[in-house]
Design a protein around this ligand. Structure first.
Ligand SMILES: Nc1ncnc2c1ncn2[C@@H]1O[C@H](COP(=O)(O)OP(=O)(O)OP(=O)(O)O)[C@@H](O)[C@H]1O
Ligand SMILES: O=C(O)c1ccc[n+]([C@@H]2O[C@H](COP(=O)([O-])O)[C@@H](O)[C@H]2O)c1
Length: 188
């Protein structure tokens, strides 16, 4: 599952769990972006903080793991590189790339968009308030999955912390504590 995870929240975790169940996946690898180039006009927390929050949030689930490939590669993050690296690491495994349906709707603005579909099957998870209009996906290349509605977004969590409002139960407890310890999002 690819995302900026700034911070990771229960919407991401429920989506991953639901897709793992529906597609009978062996493992879900969370891949925090290094430099999300389409968010360059926005402030994004340091990659190490986003990585550690993702580790904390997923640690108790034996089916979940976190990969540093997009962070360690350096430079702007392109999913084409993510998938090539995962393919090298995971040999013959079938790859599924999970992300939000809203992100997937923009896939033709991503680098090497046409080639992406030969490397993985794409799964777009719907979130409340976002519907997916098919921008011309290749036949059989994309599945849409409705996850139990959780109207949580990272931007809302950041805004709540900035205003001194609680994010308990929107993100895992350990992530609340990490945000406080590192004083993230205070002046967003
Ligand atoms: N509540 C949710 N339900 C389903 N999918 C979600 C939910 N929140 C986020 N996603 C999807 O997970 C993917 C990765 O999320 P990302 O890290 O960008 O978080 P976000 O909550 O969308 O962040 P932001 O609010 O900063 O844009 C995105 O493509 C997004 O659409
Ligand atoms: O490959 C690209 O050009 C590209 C452009 C924008 C987003 N993505 C990927 O889409 C996923 C969701 O991104 P985001 O920024 O909405 O969290 C994440 O894995 C990004 O690396 C990929």
């Amino acid at each position: 599952m690819g995302g900026t995870f700034d911070p990771i929240h229960h919407g991401h975790l429920v989506a991953a769990s639901e897709v793992a169940h529906l597609f009978r996946l062996d493992e879900v690898v969370f891949v925090p972006t290094g430099q999300p180039w389409q968010k360059e006009h926005k402030r994004v927390s340091p990659a190490e903080d986003r990585y550690l929050m993702t580790v904390i949030a997923t640690a108790s689930n034996p089916q979940f793991s976190v990969s540093r490939i997009d962070i360690d590669r350096g430079g702007r993050t392109y999913t084409i590189d993510t998938l090539r690296d995962l393919r090298d690491e995971h040999g013959e495994a079938d790859l599924f790339f999970i992300t939000g349906a809203d992100a997937l709707a923009q896939i033709f603005s991503w680098r090497n968009a046409e080639e992406l579909f030969s490397l993985a099957h794409f799964i777009g998870v719907t979130r409340p308030g976002h519907t997916l209009t098919d921008p011309g996906f290749p036949e059989g290349g994309v599945s849409l999955v409705e996850v139990p509605a959780l109207a949580i977004s990272s931007s809302d969590c950041r805004g709540r912390v900035a205003k001194g409002e609680p994010v308990w139960y929107l993100v895992p407890d350990g992530v609340v504590r990490y945000i406080n310890k590192r004083r993230l999002y205070r002046d967003t």
